[in-house]
Design a protein around this ligand. Structure first.
Ligand code: ACO
Length: 325
């Protein structure tokens, strides 16, 4: 029996021009290149220019994704923008992306799940496409975390960066087996009891300010691997696939040690793991599509490959997605 699946048609990404290396950062805050590389794997991050806002980054990534998918912006009827650093408190930055792409139909909205935003966005978009109300969607992760960092706090400011990534997804009839192209399964979770471990200490309803990111790094680390592996095992259980079947593991790029430990615990071979955190740090909701795009552009991820995504972030929120490219 044929079923509707959300098939990825193309992807793209965008990084601001300005590169901030560990060495440059070490001249401003009490840290070293060695400490950052050993604890996180990060070597540099990108910082948005003054006046360059999240929707600007998102528009560039979206244009690149549309070009790679060989489709016109006018064919898009749904835009889901995952971000925790919107241009304004409202309206959604997604409507600025919509306007920037010259689209005047369909729906556009923001989605806030911090670093899990892209996986949440993919899952929600998959559900909307399979429900039949929309035909072709842009799922974007875009962030300007540099704007919510306390640049005097060495425990957080060395970890994050700015960037954007996007995929174009289309509802297509598929045979209805686990060999179909498209999103095969997604699993989303959250547990608000962990809010205080990773949050921003401001907001319109509490302080009337934007605030700065605060994190208990060690506590986040302690939960990360267990939560990530749990939700990936859900994906394996649902589809019957195992770690051995995965062609590419594209995790949220927060910390090299979390990625390595998760892959090891799941039995995913190191050569199947896509790593870009060294190049751009933790870009929150943008990190998975940035990594996806890197692996597609350099020829690793090919049509028909089984691609496993996972993310974990503030909330806590976490989730997985299994896609046949
Ligand atoms: N440079 C030098 N020293 C530092 C720095 C720094 N940038 N930051 C902290 N230190 C010091 C600390 O002060 C501490 O010193 P002390 O022993 O004298 O007290 C020492 O280094 C160890 O600090 P820890 O916090 O215990 O270091 P840890 O090994 O846990 O590494 C890190 C810290 C990298 C933050 C780690 O805990 C981590 O990666 N946690 C997960 C964070 C994460 O992935 N967050 C993103 C989640 S996604 C989202 O939703 C945003």
């Amino acid at each position: 029996m044929s079923v509707l699946r959300s098939v990825v048609l193309g992807c793209g990404s965008y990084l601001p021009e300005r590169v901030l290396s560990n060495q440059e950062l070490a001249a401003k805050v009490d840290t070293t290149d060695d400490w950052i590389v050993q604890r996180t794997g990060i070597r540099q991050r990108y910082i948005a220019a003054d006046g360059e806002v999240t929707s600007d980054l998102a528009i560039q990534a979206a244009k690149a994704a549309l070009a790679s998918a060989h489709v016109d912006a006018q064919s898009i009827d749904l835009i889901v923008l995952a971000t925790s650093t919107p241009d304004n408190t409202f309206p959604a930055s997604a409507v600025s992306v919509q306007a920037g792409l010259g689209i005047t139909r369909g729906a556009a909205f923001d989605l806030q799940a911090v670093c899990s935003g892209f996986v949440y966005g993919l899952s929600i978009t998959d559900a909307l496409l399979r429900a039949g109300g929309y035909k072709r969607a842009l799922v974007i992760g875009a962030e300007t975390f540099s704007r919510i960092l306390d640049w005097n706090d060495r425990t957080t400011c060395v970890l994050f960066g700015d960037g954007a990534g996007a995929v174009v997804m289309e509802a297509q009839q598929q045979p209805g087996t686990r060999d179909d192209r498209g999103v095969l399964t997604t699993h989303l979770r959250s547990d608000g009891r962990h809010k205080s471990k990773l949050y921003v200490d401001g907001g319109p309803s509490s302080t009337k300010t934007v605030g700065f990111l605060r994190m208990e790094g060690r506590a986040v680390f302690k939960h990360a691997v267990a939560m990530i592996t749990d939700v990936i095992e859900d994906a394996f259980r649902t589809t019957g696939y195992t770690a051995a079947d995965i062609n590419w593991f594209v995790p949220h790029q927060a910390n090299r040690r979390i990625i390595d430990d998760s892959a090891h615990k799941l039995g995913i071979a190191p050569e199947k793991v896509v790593i870009t955190v060294d190049q751009h740090g933790n870009t929150s909701a943008a990190s998975i599509p940035l990594a996806l795009n890197a692996a597609v552009k350099d020829g690793r991820i090919k049509k028909g490959d089984l691609v496993l995504l996972e993310a974990m972030g503030g909330g806590f929120t976490w989730g997985s997605a299994l896609i046949r490219w």
